[in-house]
Ligand binder design. Structure first.
Ligand SMILES: Nc1ncnc2c1ncn2[C@@H]1O[C@H](COP(=O)(O)OP(=O)(O)OP(=O)(O)O)[C@@H](O)[C@H]1O
Length: 239
């Protein structure tokens, strides 16, 4: 059974259909990469899954359960963790405190459990040397890592990553990809929006391409990348 399934999900803002009858599913342990031009509706899709925005059509099932009635914090506690395109740490708090907060509120852990989780996630994401630094003073790579770490500290089964490699150097993106590959190898189910295509291709099992809120293509990465419609719309190449 799929861990996440969207059935004809839709969202409009006034006359603008931002998400139009999207159906997709993600199997446990699978990484689905989401591609699409700017403004295609990718972040809105995440907002619908995390509950930041309410769908006005269709059904979203997580682990066989209708997410529709759950508020964002309830979805998080059910195991849906996410990162944001623009990192959103508590800047005045340390990295460690940010992780403890995520574990306490996102996973309902006791303070003791949350400390344990924070230590584990610091190791997992390479942030241990920065544990006592204020989150607001981190480099872009470390802010991206913290965004990933905060999502992991909520103890998700499904991880939604929104442009986690955006703005990084080639080397930094490679480091992040290695971290994500390790997380995936531990069995995490991942939905990853990314414009840095080579980073996405290094981890994704399947790709899903959105254009104007609709599905343009989905399937195995080589098939999708060679699809003439995808090449024309997404990469600006003539078929
Ligand atoms: N709250 C809102 N009110 C009105 N329009 C919105 C709102 N949120 C998003 N939109 C519009 O919906 C469309 C899709 O936006 P979205 O952020 O989901 O795209 P995206 O694919 O994530 O883009 P990018 O790759 O640039 O991050 C855009 O036209 C955007 O302007």
């Amino acid at each position: 059974m799929a861990l996440l399934a969207l059935h004809s999900v839709g969202k409009s803002y006034g006359a603008l259909k931002v998400i139009d009858a999207i159906s997709l599913s993600v199997a446990p342990g699978e990484t689905l990469g989401i591609l699409g031009p700017n403004g295609a509706g990718k972040t809105t899709l995440f907002n619908l899954i995390s509950g930041d925005v309410a769908a006005d059509a269709g059904r979203i099932e997580y682990d066989g359960r209708d997410l529709g009635r759950l508020r964002p914090h309830q979805r998080c506690r059910a195991g849906v963790g996410r990162s944001y395109q623009v990192p959103q740490p508590f800047g005045h708090m340390t990295v460690f405190e940010n992780l403890v907060t995520a574990a306490c509120f996102g996973a309902r852990q006791s303070e003791r459990e949350a400390w344990h989780t924070a230590h584990e996630v610091l190791q997992q994401t390479g942030l241990a040397p920065h544990a006592n630094k204020a989150a607001g003073g981190l480099t872009l790579l470390d802010r991206k890592r913290l965004e990933l770490a905060r999502a992991l500290a909520t103890r998700p089964r499904l991880l939604l990553l929104d442009e986690i490699a955006g703005g990084l150097t080639e080397h930094e993106a490679r480091v992040l990809v290695q971290e994500l590959a390790r997380i995936k190898a531990q069995g995490m189910t991942i939905l990853w929006i990314e414009h840095v295509v080579h980073a996405l291709l290094a981890v994704a099992d399947r790709l899903f391409v959105i254009n104007f809120g609709r599905e343009l293509a989905q399937g195995k990465p080589p098939d999708v990348m060679n699809d003439p419609q995808v090449q024309r719309v997404y990469m600006g190449m003539e078929a």
